[in-house]
Design a binder for this molecule. Sequence first.
Ligand code: HEC
Ligand code: HEC
Length: 232
Amino acid sequence: MTSHEVGAKAAMLAGLMCAVLCVALAKPAAAASDEQSVAGDAASGQRLAEKGASGVPACFGCHGGAALQSGAFPVLQGQTTTYLAKQLTDFASGTRKSAVMQPVAAALTPRQIADLVAFYSAGAVPTVTSTPPSVEQATTALRIATSGDPATGTQACANCHGARGRGEPPSIPRIAGQSRQYLATQLVAWRSASRANDAGQQMRAAAVGLTDIEIVSLASYFAAIPASDSAR
Ligand code: HEC
Ligand code: HEC
């Protein structure tokens, strides 16, 4: 056989192998997309979020409209299905403590959770208006967000959440455009370890060295970054 013939034979073999392999590979891919459509139906999730169901209050009562604009509740849109589903499971089990969310999450079936997170992860992120940071707050926040604080061992928020707080799918949440009050409450909770549902203690380690002034600065800074900001 000449080297040319060997090459042609190899190419033919490769073609044959592909004919076999490509069919084999196409199958699991199709199965996976079927699974996804069974996993969560955004339209059912929206109905449940807006109107509730027996034993399940409407999420919109707190996470939508005027209640959301009050700043007391987190914006759910703009987070991944993975992050949202984890929080609901953590609330239900008590791994993340909330007297308000525990009974709500515990009442949800796995199917309802899948539908709700399909709806929220795909929805446009509503803007919650908040007091912009002062110049001092913005300076403090930008320093910690981008460089951390070696003196207290605080890691730069950007290392995980991205420079502008957009989050890093699938597990690290968006903090840009989140309610200022909610961000501050969560940072205090991470600092005191009363919120302790972070794998590897990542957030407890990042928050333990923060002062009250730094927490308010970071919360004001990230809340004021428009949800439409696409930079990571
Ligand atoms: C009565 C008000 C209320 C209702 C109704 C409610 N929530 Fe909540 N939700 C809260 C509060 C308060 C928190 C913040 C808890 C905390 O302090 O950690 C929260 C937090 C969450 C979080 C965590 C968000 C994050 O960024 O980590 C998710 C997810 C969530 N709720 C989903 C839902 C869903 C889905 C529904 C509807 C089935 C719902 N909630 C109904 C008040 C409510
Ligand atoms: C080592 C990675 C890492 C670093 C550094 C980090 N975070 Fe986080 N952060 C996470 C992860 C992971 C979560 C989600 C934990 C969970 O599953 O509930 C989180 C969650 C949060 C939440 C809760 C969001 C919500 O919707 O409830 C806030 C607020 C937050 N981080 C702010 C910050 C700030 C501010 C900094 C900088 C001081 C920072 N993080 C640094 C990984 C990190």
